[in-house]
Design a protein. Sequence first.
Length: 553
Amino acid sequence: MSTAPSQAVAPLQELRDAVRAAAAVVRGSDGEPGVEPKLERPKRAGQGDYATNAALLLAPVLGEAPPRIAARLAEELQPQLGDSLDRAEVAGPGFLNLVLSDSWYRRALRSVLAAGERYGADQVVSPERTLIEFVSANPTGPLVAASGRHAAYGDALARILGHLGQDVSREYYFNDAGSQVRLLGESVQARARGTELPAGGYQGDYVATLAEEIPDADSGAVEQVASQAVALLLEKIKATLARYGVQYDLFLSERTLHAGSPSALDRALEELERGGHLYRSEGAVWLRTTAFGDDKDRVVVRSTGEPTYLAADLAYLVNKRDRGVQRQLIPVGADHHAWMREIRAAMAALGGDPDTIEVPILQFVHLIEGSERAAMSKRRGAFVTLDDLLDEIGVDATRFFMLRSSHDRTIDLDLDLARRESAENPVYYIQYAHARIASMLRRVPDERLADPALISGAESGSGELHQPERALIQKLVEFPDEVQEAGSRRAPHRIAAYALELAQQFTTFYRDCRVIGASPESVESFRIALSAAAGRVIALSLGLLGVSAPDMM
RNA sequence: GCGCCUGUAGCUCAGUGGAUAGAGCGCUGCCCUCCGGAGGCAGAGGCCGCAGGUUCGAAUCCUGCCGGGCGCGCCA
């Protein structure tokens, strides 16, 4: 039995290890049970605090009835878990329900407090240099509302993986070299001159603003106007992202990949040429991506001699390889999902491992006004900007709204509803729970809130725990698993769901269990420790989403 | 036509092999001498898109069909 106080093994992990060990013994193998038993929380009362399906998994292997195996597991677990376990009961088709003792709960709370800010961290065995490239919207206009999904997702993922011990950096790659940029320059110039916009030109009001802000917009060279427009728009994008709470490590310009002789792009193409992955056809240069799983080959140099965006992407890949990047996460919108095959094939052609490039597909954010679906077009100037959205409903509500849905579901953003209901966004429920805890703890002297006091409070008291106390502790000990799951599945929305459940569980506890002034004092100390732990884990969860955890609202 | 994603309560969404499927909003009815009522309790509300299959066990995995989103350019 492991009760060593300084060992911060997650309480659930301890239980899981014990079940695995017992399963191995029952199976008669040394150490390895050969199956992966699960530990889960039964939904119904009377089915224990946790249940394992180990016996059901072992039954086909051992050729015995599951309940018999479960009974033997129980015998093995008893000595392993010692006073952590009240009793183990065989139930249903062969589940083993574990009823844990209050001393287990007290130790579990203690370990949450002892872990502090690093609770749920340090689970990565071998960290990789991980790059998350996200948003990367071209600087041909302000960030639109949908970019808020990308920004929130990429940033939250970075925070989660960082918490788990990965070496993460955030990058924004922007195309400032292509035809769209030239078109932007032409549009600004046309606006400045009062002449007609070029075909397919940019029509937004911001183009007129740019025409005023850029000196000599009417008379200067188009390239000059374009590059000044890009610079101004990029500043605006950076300001919006900063306001949204997203800090990038690097903004990388496509133009720098074209610069020099030979350029990064030249060198990438040369390398592919040497590898025999390029061929010429119809006057263009093609990359044979079909050799690596793509459904068609892709042009890298147009018949006009101009490189495509994919060519620049190749140069960027080489650039990242040279910098020692080991894993790349590049969330893109659903309209770009075919690009995943291209880039992974390109990676393979460059001799890299395509599996180190992950491209989570973010489904669309549909804007609805009234009952109509608002079409978004940057070029036509018909869009809602991220800044507009932040003005309307604020950073926290926007982030939470964007993060509570799984990335592979489309989000319907009803602007009227969002404005009306922003006060009812679940994020406020969570923040309210946090503020309430902070308010409560303000009534407690500082010395009782110091870590040693809290930790001893967690183990103080000998009375029986109340069910809401146990339920809250159960929720708290799930946190490391949730972070792990959110990280490995690239699914920050798990944390949003968890934070809401935790806030609910705290609220139930708060209603049923008097904290300040509870007697005897050991009970008060225990509940102060429990409240402080709940407050910390709520703050940690919100922090992983980039949402603030205010002490007062 | 082909490829990717998706279909769970009136609405917005969690739940990627476990026992009688959950939350928020909305609806009905209650609860403030009490640590923050931005709260709580109770209730109504579900062929988990449909049909097969795998399994001791399926919302979850497989197949087909139906509905929705997005792609299928020497555009980005």
